[in-house]
Design a protein around this ligand. Structure first.
Ligand SMILES: Cc1cc2nc3c(=O)[nH]c(=O)nc-3n(C[C@H](O)[C@H](O)[C@H](O)COP(=O)(O)OP(=O)(O)OC[C@H]3O[C@@H](n4cnc5c(N)ncnc54)[C@H](O)[C@@H]3O)c2cc1C
Ligand code: FES
Length: 331
């Protein structure tokens, strides 16, 4: 057992062989995380004193970050007492994840390679989540994959997922070729720490690619319901896809008077809107980032590039939150 102390001065006991992230959760201390597989780097933290060992490859870290003492808390266990440079989530209490049985209520095609899946839980289920969080769905043969929640509450006792087909993907094969209403599945959730922080007087910027719009939709819908004095100063949503068909939702309808910029990277000749990548389109407009908080969701490449470029342009890196749809890495 090792004692782990955080930048805030909070500390917790980490049992041998348990990841720092899980040990913190066992002690009711929430650290930032997303994939839990060492790939997205949301859980990055710096070891100031002490030593750790890797429980799995830290794919999400560059060699330079590694050399500078950064580790991934989901992939590391403590060998000795540790002092870590990392912020916990303060007083925010996220609902505890649990395993739930669920059935497919509906499967709707939103685009040739995207389906909306509606899951229903038992009538007595009191599932709770914070908009932006995701669940793990456990499908046939125990295949486990993560999907963001696209609805903003569990009021209707259903959960909405937007799922893109990945070529040769085990779970894609299930969703697009076998899944049918009433199939029995299991889910674990809610998971992740991608949720809206302070919104009052903030210029909120959302960057999404593909089905990365799902948690953004959830957050936007939740804001539409919030009190007027809790609303941000502005909201800008940039949603990118290769072609028109990849932008399968009417985002304007969700955000009302705020700004929505659809972006296509391989548009047809008659497309008159923004071209390229969401992060480039945002920066080309020379935005004032002094009051901005950015939430980015979707491809790892977009998130990585957006973070580097926005921080170079003056955004403090603590004002960039992301959820990367990294592969589970499972065969
Ligand atoms: C926190 C989180 C939230 C997510 N939310 C969503 C969501 O809301 N909607 C959604 O559609 N997906 C989401 N994903 C991705 C999803 O969990 C799966 O990884 C993805 O759907 C592929 O699963 P699969 O079983 O079909 O493919 P796999 O069998 O896992 O992979 C098949 C092959 O495709 C490669 N591959 C897997 N994923 C990708 C990718 N994204 N891009 C390129 N190649 C890939 C693999 O390396 C492998 O070679 C999320 C992932 C994470 C970590
Ligand atoms: S790398 Fe640790 S949560 Fe993704």
């Amino acid at each position: 057992m090792s004692l782990v102390t955080l930048s805030s001065g909070k500390s917790f006991q980490a049992p041998d062989g348990v990841s720092i992230l899980d040990a913190a959760a066992q002690a009711n201390i929430a650290l930032p995380y997303s994939c839990k597989t060492g790939r997205c780097s949301t859980c990055k933290c710096k070891v100031l004193t002490g030593t750790t060992h890797a429980l799995r490859p830290e794919t999400g870290l560059s060699e330079q970050e590694h050399a500078e003492g950064w580790v991934l808390s989901c992939a590391r266990a403590a060998d000795t007492d540790l002092v870590l440079e990392v912020d916990d989530l303060g007083g925010i209490e996220l609902p505890r994840p649990k395993m739930w049985p669920c059935r497919i209520k509906e499967i709707i095609h939103l685009a040739p390679d995207v389906v909306k899946v509606i899951l229903r839980l038992p009538p007595t289920a009191d599932f709770q989540f914070v908009p932006g969080q995701y669940i793990d769905v456990i499908g046939p043969n125990g295949i486990r994959r993560s999907y963001s929640l696209a609805n903003s509450s569990f009021a209707d006792k259903v959960l909405e997922l937007h799922i893109r087909a990945v070529e040769g993907g085990a779970m894609s094969d299930y969703w697009f070729k076998q899944a049918k209403p009433n199939d029995l599945l299991r889910l674990n959730g809610p998971l992740g720490t991608f949720f809206l922080r302070e919104t009052v007087d903030i210029d909120l910027v959302f960057l999404a690619t593909g089905t990365g719009i799902a948690p953004v939709k959830s957050m936007l819908e939740s804001m539409a319901q919030c009190q007027f004095d809790q609303r941000p100063r502005s909201i800008t949503v940039l949603w990118g896809g290769r072609h028109a068909q990849d932008l399968y939702l009417d985002v304007d309808e969700i955000i009302g008077e705020f700004s929505y910029i659809p972006v296509q990277s391989r548009p047809a000749n008659d497309w008159t809107g923004a071209r390229g990548y969401v992060q480039d389109v945002l920066l080309d407009a020379k935005p004032d980032l002094t009051n901005a908080v950015v939430y980015a969701c979707g491809s790892d490449a977009m998130i990585h590039s957006a973070k580097v470029r926005l921080v170079e342009a003056g955004l403090p890196d603590k004002r960039f939150y992301s959820d990367a749809f990294v592969s589970s890495g499972a065969k």
